[in-house]
Design a protein. Structure first.
Length: 279
């Protein structure tokens, strides 16, 4: 077993600390405290491995401590404080904790810091409001080897618990930038020599054609550093936002489906760029 804090087990579901953690499900409480909640073993595992300096505290039930001992071992190795709590207390903090949750300091990432690394693949979510979709795009971007995700416009709070859960830990693997100025973000990406492509069903360029021609010097060239813009779940990109891009690209639909949802389209586009870069 991993050695844990000598602090007595938390058993009072009405304790002030329990209420403070539970309140982090709300954006105003997260904003005031500058912290957010990570629920469940997968998210906590990735947090203590890849973002240990941000982790304020981990709460675990005795049963979960036995089941997820490797997570607590990583926490101990990274000097992360772990508190044992009764199942009732953890359930009062979060209904989705599965016996294990963590409180993390919210860290801001600036777009300039991302651009300083000469990124080759960036996902830009414009007015993406659904936390599950936003989190899944972050997860897909991570899986495709993207260098960053940017949330612009009136996108969902990246620290919304549903968003954090949907990232499945990918939130701690790559930079996630929040910047409401969509036009400014696109202009800065272009100045950094990234080709900005807007994903839209009415696009004049077919994604398969671009992938076939990648690396042959034609424009737009998927083999070059690329930033993909993805729009709102209901209405996609506005004409004004799509016009900011260097080109508008459609994902080919060969069956009878009218469209792809946001997360699926983003995954296809990001992997197309990833494959072109690999070639």
């Amino acid at each position: 077993m991993t050695e844990r804090s000598d602090t007595p087990e938390l058993t009072n579901t009405r304790a002030e600390r329990v209420a403070a953690v539970r309140a982090l499900s709300g954006r105003s409480a997260r904003s005031r405290a500058g912290v957010f909640l990570v629920e469940g073993p997968q998210g906590v595992r990735e947090a203590v491995r890849f973002a240990a300096p941000q982790v304020r505290e981990v709460f675990v039930t005795p049963a979960a401590a036995e089941r997820y001992d490797e997570v607590l071992a990583d926490a101990a190795a990274n000097a992360v404080r772990v508190r044992t709590a009764s199942p009732e207390v953890v359930a009062a903090m979060s209904a989705d904790a599965q016996g294990l949750l963590a409180v993390l300091r919210a860290a801001e990432t600036a777009l300039d810091d991302v651009l300083a690394t000469s990124p080759r693949l960036v996902a830009v979510c414009v007015n993406v409001r659904d936390p599950g979709n936003a989190g899944t795009v972050i997860r897909a971007a991570d899986a495709a080897g993207a260098d960053a995700v940017v949330l612009t416009g009136h996108s969902v709070d990246v620290h919304n618990p549903k968003t954090v859960r949907a990232t499945a830990g990918s939130l701690f693997h790559l930079p996630v930038v929040v910047d409401e100025d969509t036009a400014g973000v696109v202009a800065r990406l272009q100045r950094a020599r990234l080709t900005v492509l807007a994903a839209d069903g009415s696009g004049s360029h077919d994604l398969d054609d671009l992938l076939d021609d990648a690396g042959q010097g034609q424009r737009p060239d998927l083999a070059q550093p690329t930033a993909w813009m993805f729009g709102n779940e209901a209405w996609g990109l506005t004409p004004e936002d799509a016009a900011l891009a260097d080109a508008v690209v459609r994902v080919p639909l060969r069956g009878k489906a009218e469209s792809l949802n946001l997360a699926a389209a983003a995954t296809v586009c990001l992997y197309a760029s990833s494959r072109a870069h690999r070639s």
